[in-house]
Design a protein around this ligand. Structure first.
Ligand code: OAD
Length: 231
């Protein structure tokens, strides 16, 4: 079965990582404009790094949950791709290989001068971290107002277009272009399964809406896939 899964912050909520929106969401306590834009970084790179270092600490202590693990399991028996808006790397830690990161990865850094990209778990020992060329490095994530990595978005549209089942887990569906992918999949004939404790824009096109947590919802889809037999 060709299964594509769009994931958002909600899939990592059960690992203890806060989501962005909702009552305890990050954007309740922080202003995105002050922390997640290129302008904010130019104005105050230390403040932006402090926020990313705090998030790195939370993510570093988190473990993949059952939802991440189920998706990793399905990759063994299905043609499965995960398209994630998350920067936490938990899909890969759970064992998934086919992962497209639309918004980058919090463990990677990018030089603001030479563009070198590298991974450094200890980047927060001295902030702002610097590249070997001497310039300041930034987190290799996508900020508001920035374009998504072009190959990641091209591949995501291609995968949405050939999906048999397109599962949307734990995203509010308010950030484009990721939010558009389920609509593309639907228009090319995929069955749309949505897992979220709250209705979203995607529930309108869902063939199946599981109004529950990511782990419970994916467990139910797992049973469905097993009852359909091997692909
Ligand atoms: P949001 O915080 O906008 O939405 C999280 C979604 O997860 C909501 O719809 C919740 O109802 C749902 N949710 C909460 N707990 C859940 C659980 N246990 N199981 C399943 N779902 C749950 O996060 P995203 O949609 O990922 O972008 O946000 C998209 C982008 O906006 C992020 O990648 C980030 C943010 O600003 C950038 O930083 C560029």
């Amino acid at each position: 079965m060709r299964i594509r899964v769009l994931t958002g912050a909600g899939i990592s909520a059960e690992s203890g990582i806060p989501t962005f929106r909702g009552k305890d969401g990050l954007w309740k306590g922080f202003r995105a404009e002050d922390l997640a834009t290129p302008q904010a970084f130019s104005k105050n790179p230390i403040k932006v790094w402090e926020w990313y270092c705090w998030r790195r600490q939370i993510i570093g202590q988190a473990e993949p949950n059952e939802a991440h693990k189920l998706l990793a399991d399905w990759e063994r028996s299905h043609d499965l791709w995960i398209i994630t808006q998350n920067v936490d790397g938990l899909h890969q830690r759970a064992g998934s290989k086919n992962v497209i990161e639309l918004h980058g990865n919090i463990w990677r850094l990018r030089c603001t001068a030479c563009g070198k990209v590298w991974e450094d778990e200890k980047a927060c020992s001295k902030i702002p971290p610097r590249c070997e060329c001497g310039a300041i490095a930034r987190p290799d994530v996508v900020w508001f107002g920035e374009a998504l990595p072009s190959e990641a978005i091209r591949k995501s549209y291609e995968l949405a277009g050939d999906a048999e089942i397109f599962i949307v887990v734990g995203t509010s569906g308010v950030v484009q272009p990721a939010a558009n992918l389920p609509f593309v999949a639907k228009s090319f004939g995929a069955r749309i399964y949505v897992v979220n404790p709250q209705p979203t824009i995607h529930t309108e096109i869902a063939d199946l809406f599981l109004q529950t947590s990511a782990s419970e919802g994916l467990r139910r889809i797992d049973e469905l896939l097993q009852s359909e037999g091997p692909s």
